[in-house]
Design a protein around this ligand. Structure first.
Ligand SMILES: Nc1nc2c(c(=O)[nH]1)N[C@H]1C(S)=C(S)[C@@H](COP(=O)(O)OP(=O)(O)OC[C@H]3O[C@@H](n4cnc5c(=O)[nH]c(N)nc54)[C@H](O)[C@@H]3O)O[C@H]1N2
Ligand SMILES: Nc1nc2c(c(=O)[nH]1)N[C@H]1C(S)=C(S)[C@@H](COP(=O)(O)OP(=O)(O)OC[C@H]3O[C@@H](n4cnc5c(=O)[nH]c(N)nc54)[C@H](O)[C@@H]3O)O[C@H]1N2
Ligand code: SF4
Ligand SMILES: [Mo]
Length: 736
């Protein structure tokens, strides 16, 4: 990237001046800079550069960490890494702060009183893991191994997954699926027979027209996507942003459509209506690959821009113009599938409509649309087979949600824990996921936890969820441990390594160590035939012609470049039952769902209430970085975006604190008002992850408000069990 695009990147990131300053004061990486090392005692004098990959979010950017005289100094992108291209996002750069968090967990803790009361004693690892293993053995005898469930997020969960499978439970889930990208995977799978995966296979940089529905790139900082977005902007791509809020992305757009929340389906149908009626679609592509196009065209014939106007609030002229703009640039017209797609409960169908619009534009498999990804095949470690469960998973009894695929339905496991149906769940192992912030309806989560015989949380800080545990296990941060290899599918195949940069300061341990020790205490040591993680990694790498030694030096190794577009000789393959793009879905019809997506009206806020919307800030990840001292300095609390007219009507001024009350009477912590033109009058907006209520995490305690606390209502997607969470309404409460 040249310096212009670097500037552009910072601008697009919406990051604060403070960040730009912080980045420069941290110095710049000079490729090939001399490594000066001199051993004095146990401390290495001089500068060491250690490649690893970032874990501040789950994009896994390749990085180089700098250690100066034995101390962690800074972290930058690894120029050889295809995900980071040599640059980290503001969160990645500030990631080193996690190691200096004063409130870090130091040793295993056991609860001294009732669940939810913060009273703990420090115990040894042997005691903590022994206690957990004893409880797990009892649960197995009494209820069967399926009664243990694992909630996890990120690559660090891999070894716990292995232990739980070896123990005999199939109940492994993650809120980063059914509360995140699950619906879009279902919508795309039903249409193209394939999912988007992570990183999603979007060719943003080559798009000539990029449509963002919600996807607030620049606030959502998934690194490669933001870099590519900057490139698209620089190449003068037509950007169309649809959002009830004037996002950072909107400020780069040719067209900004301030849509009425919850009505995107109507807009999508109207766009398709124009493109079909005016015969602007990619005829050759559609004719070659379609299944059920005629029925589809007939179904959407009524959905004219004039029909969509009163629903969405978007002028029919603008709908036509933007549809033509997309068509003009086809097939390099990318309607971004979004990632956090759990909005209103009809999300898989909305995602399917997005897939169909892309199909009309001929963008699936095409340059400037969706590429065909490649990943490195590294054989797994040879393990004994896992025991087979007779009962199946507990999240989706009787396949109520017929198109639930990928990860299990997290709220389904929660439900089973509360009701005992289809069978009892009695133990939760929670790895790196703050269920208090990530699952909707906190009360139900607490109810489920109170039904457990065992609740274990593995975390790095005393986050909210640790407060509900019986045993808390302190993990080493990502800069202090090895993790499993990253071989994510991407534009080119690659493998990257996470390796320790510094030692853990106290008695923290890496996940692989805990998972292995726990398995041994459960009598499942045969599932861990390797001595330590180095042996595990080296064995796997050697079976692919690499080695740990090489990976430790390079951090990332790339595979050969392969063609990834239809125009370069890679025709798209559709793994649908028809082998084609399913404009009309017989699978949906069979299960009683609309074979072509239809608009359904969503509930509107009652008088005096506003729809609660939420999203990301460039310098934080979910509810996981608020206590990181570097990132906290950049943003300590969230703000409530309120339209200027509404603020005036209610006498609210920017900077003043208020509380929010939802329609279930839940009152939030206080939050600072940001009165702005940049949001519609029917909704308010805040950044997710704040308003945390763990007293032991002093730096975040009640800083800002929590959207999650106010998300008491949710609409479950009937296709796949995702939870639409943009369905809560709030009003203002003044402090007494
Ligand atoms: N900095 C940072 N970046 C992140 C993350 C992070 O924690 N921090 N998390 C990562 C993860 S896991 C995810 S899933 C993604 C999430 O990022 P996205 O997938 O971009 O998230 P969304 O929830 O789709 O986007 C929120 C936006 O949708 C708008 N919106 C709300 N309701 C509607 C509606 O009805 N219609 C339309 N058109 N827009 C609406 C909101 O105003 C807001 O601008 O971000 C990723 N990137
Ligand atoms: N209301 C609401 N709910 C949401 C969302 C939203 O925007 N609003 N977003 C949804 C989306 S898109 C997603 S992907 C999910 C994400 O939700 P989660 O998976 O719950 O992600 P976080 O909230 O970041 O939880 C991370 C937890 O891991 C801990 N942690 C951090 N580093 C480490 C580590 O190295 N090891 C261990 N063991 N623990 C660590 C943190 O302290 C924190 O407790 O939430 C979903 N739920
Ligand atoms: S996007 Fe940012 S936080 Fe996420 S892995 Fe990459 S550098 Fe780290
Ligand atoms: Mo997500």
């Amino acid at each position: 990237m040249n310096s212009l695009s670097r500037r552009r990147f910072l601008k697009i990131s919406g990051a604060t001046i403070a960040f730009a300053g912080a980045a420069t004061s941290m110095g710049t990486f000079v490729k090939g800079a001399e490594k000066v090392e001199e051993k004095t005692g146990s401390i290495v004098k001089g500068i060491q550069k250690i490649p690893t990959y970032c874990d501040v979010c789950f994009w896994k950017c390749g990085a180089i960490a700098y250690v100066k005289d034995g101390n962690l100094w800074k972290i930058e992108g690894n120029p050889d890494d295809p995900l980071s291209n040599g640059r980290l996002c503001p969160r990645g750069t500030g990631g080193i702060g996690a190691s200096f968090d004063k409130d870090r967990l130091r040793a295993p803790l056991m609860r001294k009183s009732v669940r939810g009361e913060d009273k703990w004693v420090e115990v040894t690892w042997d005691e903590a893991l022994g206690y957990i293993a004893d409880k797990m053995k009892k649960i197995k005898v009494e209820y069967g191994p399926e009664a243990m469930a694992l909630f996890s997020h990120g690559v660090g969960g891999n070894f716990f997954k292995h232990t739980i499978k070896a123990y005999g439970s199939p109940n492994i889930t993650a809120p980063s699926f059914a509360q995140c990208r699950g619906p879009r995977e279902t919508g795309f799978e039903l249409t193209f027979g394939d999912v988007l995966g992570s990183p999603e296979r979007t060719d943003i940089k080559n798009a000539k027209c990029l449509v963002l529905l919600g996807s607030h790139l620049g606030e959502n900082m998934h690194n490669t996507q933001v870099q590519e977005f900057a490139e698209a902007v620089e190449n003068d791509a037509s950007i169309i942003v649809v959002d009830p809020r004037f996002s950072v992305a909107a400020s780069k757009a040719k067209y900004f459509l301030p849509i009425k929340p919850g009505t995107d389906m109507a807009l999508l149908l109207a766009w398709m209506n124009v493109i079909v009626k005016e015969e602007l679609y990619d005829k050759e592509y559609v004719e070659k690959f379609e299944f059920g196009f005629e029925q589809f065209a007939a179904e959407i014939a009524e959905n004219t821009p004039e029909w969509a106007y009163p629903v969405t609030g978007i002028d029919p002229k603008v709908i036509r113009e933007t549809a033509r703009e997309m068509a003009k640039n086809k097939p390099a017209s990318l309607v971004h599938p979004g990632r956090h797609t759990t909005w209103y409960g009809d999300d898989a169908q909305r995602s399917r409509a997005i897939a169909l619009l892309n199909a009309l534009l001929g963008s699936w498999g095409r340059k400037g649309g969706f590429y065909t990804p490649y990943s490195t095949r590294i054989p797994g470690y040879p393990y004994p087979a896992y025991p087979k469960s007779e009962k199946g998973t507990a999240d989706n009894p009787n396949h109520k949600y017929p198109f639930a695929e990928g990860e299990l339905i997290s709220t389904g496991l929660r439900e089973a824990t509360i009701t005992g149906n289809p069978y009892p769940i009695k133990g939760w192992l929670v790895y790196a996921t703050n269920l208090m912030q990530s699952l909707p309806n906190r009360e139900e989560t607490i109810k489920a936890i109170q039904n457990l015989d065992l609740m274990v949380v593995v975390d790095v800080v005393p986050s909210e969820i640790t407060g509900w545990a019986d045993v808390v296990l302190p993990e080493s941060t990502y800069l202090e441990r090895y993790d499993d290899l990253n071989t994510a599918p991407f534009r080119e195949s690659f493998v990257s390594l996470r390796q320790p940069v510094i030692d853990s300061p106290n008695d923290q341990k890496p996940n692989w160590w805990m998972a292995k020790k726990l398995a041994e205490k459960l009598g499942l040591g045969n599932y861990y035939p390797w001595k330590n993680i180095e042996e595990y990694l080296d064995t796997r790498l050697k079976s692919a012609g690499l080695s740990l030694e090489i990976m430790k030096k390079k951090g990332v190794v790339k595979g050969p470049k392969q063609p990834i577009f239809y125009e370069d000789g890679v025709p798209p393959v559709f793994w649908t039952p028809s082998g084609k793009i399913e404009f009309y879905s017989l699978r949906l019809k069979e299960h009683g769902f609309d074979p072509v997506p239809k608009f359904t009206k969503h509930e509107e806020p009652p008088a005096g209430y506003f729809r609660l919307l939420f999203g990301r800030a460039p310098v934080h990840t979910f509810a996981k970085t608020q206590s990181n001292p570097i990132l906290k300095d950049m943003m300590e609390e969230n703000e409530l975006w309120v339209n200027n007219d509404i603020a005036r009507r209610y006498g609210l001024k920017s900077g003043q604190y208020i509380k929010l009350k939802n329609t279930d009477g839940i009152v939030s912590n206080k939050i600072k008002v940001k009165a702005t033109e940049r949001i519609r009058t029917d909704c308010v907006y805040m950044v997710h992850g704040f308003g945390q209520n763990s007293k032991r995490l002093r730096s975040t305690f009640l800083k800002g408000a929590s959207d999650s606390q106010l998300v008491t209502k949710y609409n479950t997607d009937p296709l796949m069990g995702g939870t639409g969470m943009n369905v809560n309404f709030v009003t203002f409460e003044w402090e007494a």
